[in-house]
Ligand binder design. Structure first.
Ligand code: GLN
Length: 493
């Protein structure tokens, strides 16, 4: 069941609508913050979307935002509530990464994403639950327990940014940050009927974002509309001297670009993304959404990405390799959980890590250490890097012919919690359509494009490097033609 009430209730409004309401003096940031905090509190039991709720700090910030507005001051997001995935460091508020090893870790500084959004005036209501260290596709690897899907709480919201996606889908908050290493923004957005934007690698600073696989990780947003994603991107994007991989590229006004028409836009449909692995009813919905864009003036072209079938195996060499290196810093000495009464240093390392990390993280560390070992490095890691180049080349050749690549975000709608936990390979295949963009560093967006058996389906658009504005305008234009994005789960209306 879906509800389609635009309504005046504050929690049903988008970020852009809330911004207007605040500017018009229709309500205050304090009222808005109180309303949403009450919803978070009420639904935490069923969704488990939050690890930490920062109610007092949020109310204090809301009061400041209201005073600023009254004085004619305040940034472009002044007084608008958001939440952060719990791997963005937040000064004075714990950052757990969904892991026991960081259960009590409090960062002494804010991540760039956190400070930029705060500088623009956004108010943080809390930190969202996630797969441990962002490793997962179902939010079941979190030390803090699984997140449930607001469309049906027996189902997974996807992962690893599942808490962010569930919170936005359930209308607890209008917007959330997330991170995407292989699909963790787009896949949960698809499974919860929200919009998820993974920017180009380097578009948004990774400073203060706890690393999983540094050459793939990228911060982005989960919202209810493309327009809202543009608003947040205006604040988040841009070079940061503290992240040497952040790109020195001008940041366009993403909001201004939304009006661009899709007339003449060449949309490539990747043949390999409509294969037998894609649920037939989901494929129908995706095709119907592409026809709607065609009717609005875009042209559809079939394209091939010949090496894309190698993206999942390539990712599962590269990502674990980088994770095994990044996670070596969690040793019981400098950060997080420390085992009690160690016999000696080795015992301290082994038991702190053994007790602190969950099974999936251990699996990745072991795989990564193996593929980087002498004798295996050439056979696995180096080979994977070569295949990664082939995949990147496929994309650049295709973008010589089309402006955007479009297809499904995920092979199915949301699946049951527990359904895939015993079978890592099946779980990994959830990201079969999203991982390619990470390997090639490309921007991608998932947006709601219909329902199958009352569960949302996601349409994915991928663009060339730094084409976020094009993705956002195409998504926005689609959202002018359809209202899938404004439907929410009945139980959370
Ligand atoms: N599901 C993929 C994984 O488990 C991707 C995760 C992500 O994007 N953070 O690694």
């Amino acid at each position: 069941m879906t509800s389609n009430r635009a309504g005046n209730a504050l929690h049903l409004r988008t970020l852009a609508q809330l911004r207007t309401g605040l500017a018009d003096g229709e309500f205050s940031s304090r009222e808005l913050t109180e309303t949403l905090l009450a919803r978070i509190d009420h639904h935490q039991g069923s969704l488990n979307a939050f690890v930490t709720v920062t109610a007092d700090a949020a109310l204090a910030q809301a009061a400041i935002a209201d005073a600023n507005r009254a004085a004619g001051k305040g940034g472009p997001l002044n007084g608008l509530p958001i939440v952060h995935k719990d791997l963005f460091c937040t000064k004075g508020v714990r950052t757990t990464c969904g892991s026991r090893i960081l259960r009590d870790f409090v960062s002494p500084y804010d991540a760039a994403v956190v400070s930029r959004l705060a500088d623009a005036g956004a108010i943080m209501l809390g930190k969202t639950n996630m797969d441990e260290f962002a490793m997962g596709s179902s939010n079941e690897t979190s030390f803090f327990g699984p997140v449930t899907n607001p469309w049906d709480t027996r189902l997974s919201p996807g992962g690893s940014s599942g808490g962010s996606a569930a919170a936005v889908a359930a209308r607890l908050v209008p917007a959330a940050t997330g991170t995407d290493t292989g699909g963790s923004i787009r896949q949960p957005a698809a499974l919860t009927g929200t919009v998820g934007l993974k920017p180009t690698y380097g578009r948004v600073s990774r400073f203060g974002m706890v690393a999983f696989a540094s050459s793939l990780d990228q911060a982005g947003v989960i919202t209810r509309s493309a327009e809202d994603a543009a608003l947040l991107m205006n604040a988040m994007a841009g070079i940061d001297a503290r992240d040497s991989t952040s790109a020195d590229q001008p940041v366009p006004d993403y909001t201004a670009g939304l009006a661009d028409s899709v007339k003449g836009l060449r949309i490539g449909m990747v043949r390999q993304h409509f294969d037998a692995g894609l649920n037939a009813a989901c494929a129908d919905r995706v095709r119907a959404s592409l026809r709607a864009l065609e009717e609005a003036g875009a042209s559809l072209v079939e394209v091939d990405l010949p090496s894309i079938g190698l993206s999942v195996p390539t990712y599962y060499v590269v990502a674990p390799a980088e994770c095994s290196s990044n996670l070596s810093r969690f040793d019981g000495v400098r950060f997080g959980h420390r085992a009690e009464n160690p016999k000696d240093l080795l015992d301290l390392y082994c038991r702190s890590r053994g007790e602190g990390f969950g099974a999936e993280v251990k699996r990745r560390i072991m795989t990564g250490t193996y593929v980087l070992s002498a004798g295996y490095y050439d056979a696995y890691y180096l080979k994977a890097q070569k295949v990664r180049q082939l995949i990147s080349r496929d994309f650049s050749e295709t973008f010589a012919k089309v402006d955007i690549i479009a297809g499904p975000t995920a092979p199915t709608t949301a699946f049951a919690l527990g359904e895939k936990t015993d079978d890592p390979i099946t779980m990994y295949l959830n990201d079969i359509y999203t991982i390619g963009a990470n390997l090639a560093g490309l921007p991608g967006i998932s947006l709601p494009c219909g329902f199958v058996d009352d569960l949302p389906v996601g349409l994915q658009l991928v663009g060339p490097h730094f084409a976020e504005a094009r993705l956002l305008s195409c998504a926005h234009q689609y959202q002018q033609l359809t209202d899938w994005h404004s439907r929410g789960p009945e139980d959370y209306a």
